[in-house]
Each structure stands twice: as structure tokens, then as C-alpha cells.
Design a protein around this ligand. Structure first.
Ligand SMILES: *[C@@H]1O[C@H](CO)[C@@H](O)[C@H](O)[C@H]1NC(C)=O
Ligand SMILES: *[C@@H]1O[C@H](CO)[C@@H](O)[C@H](O)[C@H]1NC(C)=O
Ligand SMILES: *[C@@H]1O[C@H](CO)[C@@H](O)[C@H](O)[C@H]1NC(C)=O
Length: 274
């Protein structure tokens, strides 16, 4: 099980890397950097679906977003604003001008090249910033945060997308950490049992093949172990059995009652079944 996970997981990653037609490859990065390309690939599970967020102020708008896919029937449009009253579309950002910035459990996706502002923000093109972050919830949540357009340059629309796609996958991590989580005690036991197994197997083969022993005598150091067995049986007999059944009561009585002298010895006698 552990082995198969270890072998299959890298194989799967390898295949995913080799696979050519990823939807996220439709996004064109402004800077063609390898790390941003890898960041984009992490968003692959979020492609081919529309995310819609609504906002009532100043007008009822809905914002439609796709990861590296067309929205509102506009080529290259990754995020558009739709006025619910007159159905008018405003392009906020194109996915052919993308940036992707990655943190530990979040990705900032930026679409630039939207429709130009006509009165403010120095007439620069609109820009969408989508903060995609890990959320334990099963349902993705896309929402509008703000439109920052009260300045001369660098205006942007900010959105949030909460999804569990970006949560650190801890199932494989846990599997890999298991060996280091073994306590000293269990490592000791494993070593002891391994040595025991080697001793038994080696000794068994030696007794059988070299010495030519048969039956129980094939066990390594049979005489020694059987003696140990008998001794411990005696020991157990001595410790565990109740007084009345003991084979040699005089020895015990001698040890235990010696300091008390003969009187007590006589007093004890009627308790014994002999
Ligand atoms: C992105 O797509 C838009 C619309 O198709 C086009 O006008 C623009 O030139 C493209 N930009 C880049 C950098 O390819
Ligand atoms: C979605 O996110 C917004 C903003 O963070 C929050 O107000 C709203 O309650 C969330 N909706 C759900 C269903 O979690
Ligand atoms: C990841 O860890 C959290 C808590 O540490 C746990 O609740 C969750 O079930 C784990 N997920 C997986 C896939 O193992």
C-alpha cells in the first residue's frame, strides 16, 4: 500500500507534467517565466467552469470569471462585468495577459488589458486581480472585494476565490512522515525482532543443513533454550503457585520462617496438608 502510493504518485505527477493540452496553457503570461507557468498549472482543476459574483452598489453588477477560458462570448476575456439592467458587458481583464503569483496556500491571478477607463485612472486599461486561496469548504466561493479606481494610476478590481483546490494535500505528506514519527521504543522493538528473525532463520538453516538436526532440535541452541525454558517454568512455579501445592514446602518454610524459630514452625504445621 505504502509502496504503491510512493511509486504511483511520482508517476502520476510525471504524466501530468508530460500531458500537452492543459487548459491553463491557454493563458498567456506577460513574463514567460517557468515558475509562473508552474503556478498556473496548479489552477488546472478550476478551469472549464464559470464563477459568478454579484454586487448591488453602485449598480447591480455581476462579475463572471474563468480560469484561462472565454467568458461572455468574448475571445481572450477572462473576467467581465455585466450590468444586470442593460446587459452591457465591460471587459475587466484578458487571460492572454496573465500574471500568476504563488504563496504557501494562495495564488494571485492577474488579468490585464481590460477596457480602458474613460474618465479616471489616466485612461489606463482595466485590470482584474483574483486572490485564490485555500478554504476547507467543499463549495468554491467567488466574491467581489473592491474596485480601486480613485487614483491616477494602478487601478484594479479585486476578487476572491476560496477553494480547497489550493489547500496543501496532506494525505501524501502524512504517508511520507510516518517513518520519522516512529518512537524510539518501536524502533528498538523492530531491531530486536529483526535480529530474532535473523537468528532463528540462520540458526535453523545451520542446524538443519550443517549439523543435520531433525525435528525440534533444528532450533538453534536447542539444548540451551530448552534449559532456559525449564528454568523459567521452575521459576514461574515457585512464584505463581499457591503455597499448598508447592512441591518442596520444607525449603520455603526454612527460608521464610527461619528467624522465627521452632515455635512458629510447629504452629505452621497444621496448615499444611501433610
Ligand atoms: C489579447 O486578446 C485581445 C482580444 O483578442 C487582443 O486584442 C490583444 O491584442 C491580445 N493581447 C496579447 C498580448 O496577445
Ligand atoms: C463567500 O465569501 C464572502 C466574502 O468573504 C462571504 O461574505 C460569504 O459569506 C461567503 N459565502 C459562503 C457561502 O461561504
Ligand atoms: C488534513 O489535515 C487535517 C487536520 O490536520 C485533517 O482534518 C484532514 O482530514 C486532512 N486531510 C487529508 C486529506 O488527509
Amino acid at each position: 500500500m505504502l509502496l504503491s502510493v510512493r511509486i504511483i504518485t511520482p508517476l502520476f505527477i510525471l504524466l501530468a507534467g508530460v500531458q500537452a493540452d492543459l487548459n491553463t496553457d491557454n493563458c498567456k503570461l506577460i513574463s514567460s517565466s517557468e515558475s509562473e507557468q508552474n503556478t498556473l498549472r496548479l489552477l488546472e482543476p478550476l478551469t472549464n467552469q464559470e464563477f459568478i459574483a454579484k454586487k448591488q452598489q453602485p449598480e447591480p453588477y455581476s462579475y463572471i470569471f474563468q480560469v484561462c477560458g472565454d467568458v461572455g462570448g468574448l475571445k481572450n476575456a477572462g473576467l467581465v462585468q455585466k450590468n444586470e439592467k442593460d446587459e452591457k458587458l465591460v471587459l475587466i481583464g484578458n487571460y492572454n495577459q496573465t500574471r500568476a503569483i504563488k504563496g504557501s496556500d494562495w495564488i494571485m491571478l492577474i488579468y490585464e488589458g481590460g477596457e480602458k477607463y474613460d474618465s479616471h485612472c489616466s485612461n489606463e486599461p482595466r485590470k482584474a486581480m483574483i486572490m485564490i486561496s485555500c478554504s476547507k469548504s467543499d463549495k468554491d466561493n467567488f466574491s467581489v472585494v473592491l474596485e480601486d479606481n480613485k487614483k491616477k494610476v494602478g487601478c484594479y478590481y479585486l476578487f476572491e476565490l476560496d477553494t480547497k483546490v489550493l489547500c496543501p494535500a496532506n494525505s501524501s505528506e502524512t504517508t511520507q512522515q510516518t517513518p520519522s514519527k516512529l518512537s524510539g521504543g518501536s524502533i528498538f522493538l523492530i531491531v530486536v525482532f529483526s535480529c530474532l528473525a535473523v537468528y532463528l532463520t540462520g540458526g535453523f538453516l545451520y542446524q538443519r543443513l550443517v549439523v543435520g538436526a531433525k525435528g525440534v532440535e533444528q532450533f538453534p541452541n536447542y539444548a540451551f533454550w530448552s534449559q532456559i525454558g525449564n528454568l523459567s517454568a521452575d521459576g514461574c512455579d515457585f512464584v505463581c503457585r499457591s503455597r499448598g501445592n508447592r512441591a518442596e514446602p520444607p525449603t520455603y518454610r526454612g527460608v521464610a520462617t527461619e528467624p522465627l524459630g521452632e515455635e512458629s514452625e510447629e504452629r505452621d504445621d497444621h496448615l499444611l496438608p501433610m
